[in-house]
Ligand binder design. Sequence first.
Ligand code: G3P
Length: 214
Amino acid sequence: MKIFADTAIVDEIKKCVSWGLCDGVTTNPSLIMKSGRKFEEVVTEITQIVDGPISAEVVSLDAEGMIKEARPLSKIHKNIVIKIPMTLEGIKAVKVLEKEGIRCNVTLVFSANQALLAAKAGASYVSPFVGRLDDIGQDGMQLIEEIMAVFSNYGFKTEVIVASVRHPIHVKQAAMLGAHICTIPFKVIEQLSKHSLTDMGIKKFLDDWDKAKK
Ligand code: G3P
């Protein structure tokens, strides 16, 4: 499973790259706002740091506007993927952009039918938001299971990016379901490596090593 950094904070991305844990990056308007930097500027900088797909989101609501935003954005770097909201206008834009060779990531997906439409439009990626479904008392990971089954039934090439990840259990479940990609906030990427028994084990080995030297 590929790991993407779900952040627009460059220092976090640099750390993930240094650990070899950054196959790509996803941003959205909220993450750009959190970074406190200008959209094009920060996205351009990320392209210099990460050699993998980097999602940059459009904000227009009509297909024509989305396409107009997407074309110059895609010219920033070959790795830019255009994030398009899951609407009928979005699907229309995806068809045009993918035909032009501009890869799209259909975002804000909350049902298997939405994912099916995105795949039929030829989207390179689809982003179901598991955490936001959990938040309203639905089962986010069940959606991933459904989408993986639908895509495998028809051999769609669209890759599933498990998004809105809140904790390491989401990541484990995504991997167990065979999701192609999990986009993960920095804090959760750090958590993946941790276990209290690992820390206790290291401490014990070092204590014993000190004793062995005496
Ligand atoms: O990529 C964006 C998505 O992961 C949003 O996450 O935590 O705002 O639901 P969240």
